[in-house]
Design a binder for this molecule. Sequence first.
Ligand code: GUN
Length: 283
Amino acid sequence: MSAKIIDGKKFAAHLADNIKGEILQWVTDGHRAPGLAVVIVGDDPASQVYVSKKIKMCEQVGISSSLHRFSADTGQQELIELIDQLNQDPKIDGILVQLPLPGGLNEEQITERIDPKKDVDGLHPYNLGRLAAQSPLLRPCTPRGVMTLLENINVDLAGAHAVVIGASNLVGRPMALELLRARCTVTICHSRTRDLPKQVGQADILVVAVGQAGLIKGEWIKPGSVVIDVGTNRSEAGHLIGDVEFEAARHRAAWITPVPGGVGPMTVITLMQNTLQAARNLS
Ligand code: GUN
């Protein structure tokens, strides 16, 4: 068997065209363009790349963006004051603070300071709570983007066994809540999970979000499954690679996302969808 490749890059480009049209209509109807504020602290190279992709996509679809750059030694209070100011700014519909923040800053306090109505990352406890309570408003970008991919390939989720590897607030936990809401039977694995190969072998849907190159061996994959690789790692040769051994896994899975070009572009386009959603809800 050779898996079908889930082309997230191509699908995200198609969604970008759609959202561009929706924003054009929104502006034609007399509203201002949606506004997104992006905050980046420090000079983590991966974060710089992600943020520039987000800003570029804003330009492409017609979202007005502002970038707030801070050095790694910025204090907590300065960031809190910026969030307060953005919360009050009537031209801003969405606020995104790129994570991780440099050591010494309290991520939780900053995330909780964002007005939940402007929390286009969906990471505020209010929005995570809404997702857990099955009445989501703004949903975390990567998990929502993965659900959009799964809907697009028409996989039957009800009753499927979904195994999520990684339990972060950013991806693993909200991913599990999304899959549960889609009526999967969900297992969450993490660094203390026993017998990872056995857990992986039971997955009809496998979502891996750890950040460890090649953690998931191809021979563990259940034949005929759907494999979603959220990991983005650099190989020794400097290439981007996922958490799953792609070449081996593609001979067992029915569907698989590549890295790069799988989940990454979906995170960016989902941020655009969330920003338009926030603008509509705030107007
Ligand atoms: N770092 C990696 N992915 C993300 C994301 O989706 N949002 C934020 N804020 N930070 C990230």
